[in-house]
Design a protein around this ligand. Structure first.
Ligand SMILES: NC(=O)c1ccc[n+]([C@@H]2O[C@H](COP(=O)([O-])OP(=O)(O)OC[C@H]3O[C@@H](n4cnc5c(N)ncnc54)[C@H](O)[C@@H]3O)[C@@H](O)[C@H]2O)c1
Length: 332
């Protein structure tokens, strides 16, 4: 089972983002010193990311550096200064649909950025990494079964998914060549307070709050394994503690971090409307290329190896999201 000890200092890339800021807050709460790196990529508003960091910035154990993952000199200096015991690499251009419009930006940030980080870590002698991968790498599986870490993942259907798989493969090569101990975590549709504004739950809530119709792609039958951010973060922290445990040795491991159950988009809208106490207006629009028909995590391996156990039901998670949205935006 996973030990309770963390390295004294952890570097989190993408620290100002949705998941990154929650990881930072949790590591600080668990007593670590945390260094955060983010370049406030313009994919969404800087002000949102600044507010994500508010609590962390008030903590004396938090250091933040604004900079770009692709800048090798910056990375080298940062790693030298921070001397982290491990890196949690969450910085990326996320999102499936925009990757079809801007494949080069996704490649540059997610693939080149990751290789720059891996190589800077190698030069600085830092050998422990948690990498944020994605359920999208499973591609368009339509069989009625959860996705297993053993499944073949060589048929991505979006540039984003391809870059995430490439990141995993790069991490594996650094494990093999340089003894990197790496946990690659396949996140399944993460939601909760601070969720990215481009993601469905946030978009749907915003539409309702503005009195607009919710746009549902296709027939709304697409199935997603929605994971509450607190559960995802718990999985991140467990995998971090595991790879930092000297008795585990250098490993390359892949874990699905999902809730382990599917919810259709139609059912999600019904649950969200209930949490908001409204009757939603719905507009049907064409299905989007790049979107997979379903995601469903087999979490047996994470349960057995990490002691990971998702605890927040979709009803509870949506209620918490809506209450956060009301607090921040004062409406809905
Ligand atoms: N949110 C999800 O449902 C989900 C699902 C699967 C995988 N992921 C992965 O989890 C990670 C975090 O996702 P998120 O939803 O929090 O996204 P996010 O966009 O909120 O966070 C990513 C952060 O990385 C930063 N960043 C981007 N490019 C950078 C660069 N070149 N240098 C430094 N920082 C840079 C951004 O400014 C942002 O703050 C990503 O790697 C994403 O691919 C997320």
């Amino acid at each position: 089972m996973v030990k309770e000890t963390y390295p004294a200092r952890v570097l989190v890339t993408g620290a100002a983002g949705f998941i990154g800021s929650h990881v930072v807050d949790r590591l600080l709460a668990d007593g670590c010193a945390v260094w955060g790196l983010d370049n406030f990529d313009p994919f969404y508003e800087r002000a949102i990311k600044e507010s994500n960091l508010e609590a962390a910035r008030a903590n004396a154990r938090f250091e933040f550096r604004e900079g770009d993952l692709r800048d090798a000199a910056f990375l080298e200096e940062l790693l030298g200064e921070a001397q982290p015991g491990a890196v949690v690499h969450l910085a990326a251009r996320a999102g499936v649909r925009p990757s079809i419009e801007e494949p080069e930006a996704y490649y540059e940030i997610n693939v080149m950025g990751t290789v720059r980080l891996l190589d800077a870590m190698r030069r600085s002698g830092i050998r422990t990494l948690v990498f944020a991968s994605s359920s999208s790498i499973y591609g368009a599986i339509t069989e009625n079964r959860p996705f297993s870490e053993e499944d073949v993942t060589d048929k991505p259907i979006s540039p984003y998914a391809a870059t995430k798989r490439a990141g995993e493969l790069l991490c594996h090569s650094y494990h093999q060549l340089h003894g990197l101990s790496c946990s690659s975590l396949r996140f399944f549709t993460v939601y909760g307070p601070r969720q990215r504004p481009d993601l469905a739950i946030h978009k749907f809530t915003r539409a309702v709050a503005r009195g607009e119709a919710i746009s549902i792609y296709g027939d709304g039958g697409a199935l997603r394994d929605y994971t509450y951010v607190e559960d995802t973060v718990d999985g991140v922290c467990r995998s971090l503690r595991r790879i930092c445990d000297p008795s585990v040795g250098p490993v390359f491991e892949v874990f699905n971090l999902g809730a382990g159950r599917m919810v259709s988009v139609n059912a999600l809208v019904t649950l969200l409307a209930k949490a908001m106490g409204v009757e939603p207006q719905i507009e049907r629009v064409a299905a989007q290329p790049g979107d997979v028909p379903r995601t469903w995590a087999d979490i047996t391996k994470a349960r057995q190896t990490l002691g990971y156990e998702p605890r927040v039901s979709i009803e509870e998670g949506l209620a918490r999201f809506v209450s956060w949205y009301r607090e921040v935006y004062g409406i809905a």
